[in-house]
Design a protein around this ligand. Structure first.
Ligand code: AMP
Ligand code: GLY
Length: 420
């Protein structure tokens, strides 16, 4: 099979690594990839938002399957174009991807289907939004309706901060059409990943991300500084509640609207007193959550993703070992704010196969023969083990070997679980 992967992060490197272990993967291409992916796939300098160029490439190469990592191409209608040209891909159409691209859209589905989520209001002007603030109390949760690369959510400690957040959204981003103001949910977060062809569904796995930049959940929100799988707070009982009360009604509604959701539905959840609440949906795999699912699933990840695209989920089984995966992100100093690129990464050659570590590249580039940093998140050091504590030890031992000037990482990935 000839496969094209779209994306350039640790998520895509983990997918490439898993695909390459499957004998069905004969040729692997990646647009645009990174220095790590280049070691296992042929990387191409094509803009991920240039649908026609991607289609042309698929036709020229006779690509059998396109796996799309990030949300941008989904929102840009890549799946719609590939589908109408009979090229198999995994991901939702532009309209179905609205579960990620519009928070107001998802909230409307929650209201219609009585899905547990934070109480909310949608406002389309700053004045309207301000008038809703008195229906909520501190802390206020304010969300830009559209895609904002993880920067559209403001948790405002008080009314002054809430007003500032609204000003930022409406005045600094004049193309903003609406905001969602919602009740703050406390509890513990977790993510559940569902494979669905719009009709059938299969649970791909669960994970817990660590979104804040620094230890003990301090500092600014990031794309994710590390993850482990399975999530300790998604017990089989809670998983059933998530499927019955959240996922199934959502998929029903998408079908009823005439826009069935096919692909990976990533449910971001808050779990409180054994009750799950939907925080948000994403229409793709998470990064670094994909790394911990991939390390646990290995080659079969390709089979399950391909079967989902082929609408053959009923014949698909996922065989998880009784193990844990963990990924710790090495980030550039300053991330998620401004950071330097081009810092040399050293020590990669000192990780041996016996260490059972996969170093997935997140933001790297080749500079001659050197591998250098090329993004806020640089590497995701990933491993698996029978228990989380030994997985943690392996991953943190590896992090003492790898260096990148100014790089930092959280020391407490997976700790919540270890303490239980
Ligand atoms: P989102 O992009 O919607 O996942 O939001 C980013 C992060 O903001 C989430 O991972 C949560 O940590 C936090 N968050 C979002 N909505 C809420 C909420 N209603 N209550 C508490 N925290 C929230
Ligand atoms: N790790 C969070 C995300 O991929 O959205």
């Amino acid at each position: 099979m000839k496969i094209l992967l779209i994306g350039s992060g640790g998520r895509e490197h983990a997918l490439a690594w898993a695909f390459k272990q499957n004998p069905k993967c004969q040729e692997l291409y990646c647009i645009p990839g990174n220095a790590g992916i280049a070691a296992v796939a042929k990387c191409l300098e094509i803009d991920i938002l240039d649908n026609n160029e991607i289609l042309r490439f698929c036709r020229n190469k006779g690509i059998d399957f396109v796996m799309i990592g990030p949300e941008g191409p989904l929102d840009n209608g890549l799946v719609d174009l590939l589908e109408s040209n009979e090229i198999l891909s995994l991901g939702p159409t532009k309209n179905a991807a609205m579960l990620e691209t519009s928070k107001a859209f998802t909230k409307m589905i929650c209201s219609k289907k009585d899905i547990p989520t934070a109480r909310y209001k949608v406002a389309s002007t700053e004045n309207e939004a301000l008038s809703y603030l008195n229906e909520f109390h501190e802390p206020y949760v304010i969300k830009d309706d559209g895609l904002a690369a993880g920067k559209g959510v403001f948790i405002a400690k008080n009314e002054k901060e809430a007003r500032e957040a609204l000003k930022k959204i409406f005045r600094i981003k004049p193309d903003t059409t609406s905001v969602v103001i919602e009740e703050f949910l406390d509890g513990e977060e977790a993510s559940l990943f569902i494979l669905t062809d719009g009709y059938d569904l299969l649970i791909l796995g669960s994970a817990q991300d660590h979104k804040r930049a620094f230890d003990n959940d301090c500092g600014p929100n990031t794309g994710g500084m590390g993850a482990y799988s399975p999530a300790s707070n998604i017990t089989p009982r809670i998983e059933k509640k998530i499927i019955d009360r959240i996922i199934t009604p959502t998929l029903d509604e998408m079908r009823e609207k005439g826009t069935p959701f096919c692909g990976i539905l990533y449910a971001g959840l808050m779990i409180k007193n054994d009750e799950p609440y939907l925080i948000e949906y994403n229409a793709r795999l998470g990064d670094p959550e994909c790394q911990v699912l991939a390390i646990r699933l290995g080659a079969q990840l390709l089979d399950v993703l391909f079967n989902c695209a082929q609408k053959a989920l009923l014949e698909t089984k996922i065989n998880y070992a009784d193990d844990f995966g963990i990924a710790v992100v090495l980030a550039s100093k300053g991330y998620p704010g401004k950071y330097q690129k081009g810092e040399e990464i050293i020590g990669l050659g000192n990780i041996s196969e016996n260490d059972e570590i996969q170093v997935f590249h997140s933001g790297t580039a080749l500079d001659g023969v050197k591998i250098v940093s090329n993004g806020g998140r640089v590497l995701s050091i990933t491993t698996r083990s029978e228990d989380l504590e030994s997985a943690r030890k392996k991953v943190y031992d590896a992090l003492t070997i790898i260096q990148c000037k100014g790089g930092f990482y959280r020391k407490d990935i997976g700790c919540k679980r270890s303490q239980k």
